[in-house]
Design a protein around this ligand. Structure first.
Ligand SMILES: [Zn+2]
Ligand SMILES: [Zn+2]
Length: 259
């Protein structure tokens, strides 16, 4: 069976955590080889749950990325930073994130989002950790901020929904581009074009579960097993075999996160 990697999933979420053993079982049956677990909330129980799931015995290789999401930027203070950095020291934490800008929801004021993003970017540079970036409606400002803080980055733009030009600007800064189930949605022609065109050595896929379930499960609770639908669609778009795409994604994930 082809082995797929879910590069961004929230198993600590209230939707998935109570059934995480089953969810891991489904993923193993669907041929998921690796997953990157990302905390859903900016508090200790969310970090702790994420690390607890990472350590569950299973045939799937599990890693964590921890950070403070732009939605929670207002909660960022020295105490939260201390908590975050103590968790970043734990084994199998391979990235810092998700961090970034969300100017679609604006749950935190934009200037606070920018300050908290820059602070966490500095933490990632100090620790030589790759970053997992969340961005909505702010790709050009994001690229500016990234470039101001370092010329070259190791990181992924998770759930990318921008244009090909925006993807290219971020790839020039060193980033990998990750596609979620949105690429399977009926109205996503522009995003499918990006997924068809970007270089094979920069592509990753993810669920962002429990959100964004791909077609034909759109609207239901998402889980890592369903990344297969996104994978198959992208292989078709790129006129690639599933084996070739899966091989490239595995290489890209390893190159980025040095797993
Ligand atoms: Zn996100
Ligand atoms: Zn996410």
């Amino acid at each position: 069976m082809t082995g797929w990697i879910d590069s961004h999933t929230h198993l600590d979420s209230d939707e998935l955590y109570p059934q995480c053993a089953e969810v891991l079982q489904h993923a193993a049956s669907a041929g998921i080889s690796d997953m990157l677990l990302v905390n859903s909330e900016a508090h200790e129980p969310s970090f702790r749950r994420t690390m607890e799931i990472v350590r569950i015995e299973s045939e799937i290789r599990k890693y964590a990325s921890l950070g403070v999401h732009p939605h929670h930027a207002l909660q960022y203070d020295t105490e939260l930073e201390k908590l975050l950095t103590s968790f970043l020291n734990q084994e199998r934490v391979i990235a810092l994130g998700e961090i970034g800008l969300d100017f679609y929801y604006d749950f935190s004021p934009q200037e606070v989002q920018i300050r908290v993003l820059e602070r966490q970017l500095q933490l990632s540079l100090e620790r030589n950790l790759p970053v997992v970036i969340h961005c909505r409606d702010a790709y050009s400002l994001l690229a500016e901020i990234l470039e101001k803080n370092a010329r070259q980055w190791r990181g992924m733009i998770h759930c990318f929904t921008g244009t090909l030009e925006e993807a290219e600007a971020l790839m020039r800064l060193g980033f990998h581009i990750s596609f979620s189930g949105i690429v399977t949605f009926r109205n996503a022609d522009m995003l499918r074009e990006v997924a068809r065109c970007i270089p094979q050595d920069r592509i990753l896929i993810e669920t962002d579960a429990p959100y964004l379930a791909p077609v034909p499960h759109r609207g239901k609770t998402n889980e890592p097993a369903l990344v297969v639908h996104t994978a198959i669609l992208i292989a078709k778009l790129r006129q690639s075999t599933e084996e070739d795409l899966s091989e490239s994604i595995s290489q890209n994930f390893q190159a980025l996160f040095r797993t």
